[in-house]
Design a protein around this ligand. Sequence first.
Ligand code: HEC
Length: 161
Amino acid sequence: MKKFNLKRVAFIILLFSLNSNLLAKQLDIFAHIHPHTNVEQLIQSKKKSNMTYKQIMVQFGIAYAMVQEGVINQDKNIIKIGLDKIQNHPSSKEHPWKIVKTRDMEAFKESLLYYDNLLHKSATDIQKSLKTNDWTTINKNIFKLSNHCINCHLTWKNNLD
Ligand code: HEC
């Protein structure tokens, strides 16, 4: 019989952890309901409004302020109203990528898809955590949501046409 081989055991553990990581990532993707892969399709899935992209962002700001007010006051209803505004925000009257330089349009489209997915996922995570009274987790999930807003701002807000 083969001798106990530490390297082999380490290798198997490594393989297993890599696989479970991959699996977790895949489950994560599947857990999100209909992530969009096409930006035109993403925009068509939203209710069209007469607002500019900037005005939509102002609405996001108001929605996020409600979420924050709700967590400080431990008022789940205010959080839910704010989240609902984020989950069901309309599309702007013009294509959002019109606000960036022509050479940045494709990259901005990628950002729209990427962050739309993350925002909805985070909002869904907060909605799930609201079923508990675990305010620390609720707050952590709200922090994650705000990180997506900030990351997109860091890339784009001062980089418009
Ligand atoms: C896809 C990238 C992206 C994401 C994600 C994003 N923003 Fe923005 N946001 C922008 C851009 C670009 C501007 C600048 C728009 C302009 O000046 O025309 C902006 C501007 C803003 C403004 C300033 C509006 C003003 O009056 O100048 C607020 C407030 C804001 N965003 C809130 C949020 C919040 C809250 C979230 C997350 C829930 C969020 N944004 C997510 C891209 C993004």
